[in-house]
Design a protein. Structure first.
Length: 175
């Protein structure tokens, strides 16, 4: 049925099967939606990596991330809310994926890392001045570090795993 409607209207139609009230956790509908996006919309064979592109998963609200990250020379792919099909397709081409809320972003971010090698950068949620500062520092430095290591020192790729476990402070690496 979905394929028939897709052909008729000329845009992707993604059948979803959320559990709704049957589920024990309210976020399963988000996971089902993100699974559908991964399964049917995200480009399976990325055209090229876009080293200045950062996926920001925020399921509501105004894109306040583009102006902040533009100052650091990065472009934002703001998804899922209000994203175009083209923006969703290029999720697999980003340098990193960050989320505004771990609960709502973790399924898609983890899937992008597992399936396409787009690193999921985890950090505190950006609430208030201190939270936003910590979020930007963690997200940007980790994404930059991953890119630098990947292209200039591939033998150091084990460092990001240590970072996730909190064993190495990012600033120590640059000293």
């Amino acid at each position: 049925m979905a394929k028939k409607v897709e052909q008729e209207i000329g845009i992707p139609v993604v059948p979803l099967h959320p559990e709704g009230f049957k589920s024990k956790h309210w976020s399963t509908g988000f996971d089902a939606t993100q699974h559908g996006i991964m399964r049917q919309i995200v480009r399976k064979k990325p055209k090229k990596k876009q080293e200045d592109l950062v996926n920001v998963i925020a399921l509501w609200g105004t894109d306040v991330f583009t102006p902040m990250l533009k100052e650091l020379g990065l472009r934002v792919n703001y998804v899922v809310d209000l994203a175009t099909v083209g923006e969703l397709e290029q999720l697999s081409e980003a340098a990193a994926t960050v989320g505004f809320c771990y609960t709502l972003a973790s399924y898609l971010a983890a899937g992008l890392e597992q399936e396409f090698g787009v690193p999921e950068v985890k950090a505190p949620q950006p609430y208030g001045f201190a939270g936003t500062d910590a979020w930007i520092r963690e997200k940007i430095w980790t994404a930059t570090l991953l890119t630098l290591i990947k292209y200039w020192k591939p033998e150091l790729m084990q460092i990001p795993r240590c970072l996730e476990k909190g064993k190495i402070h990012l600033m120590q690496i640059f000293l």
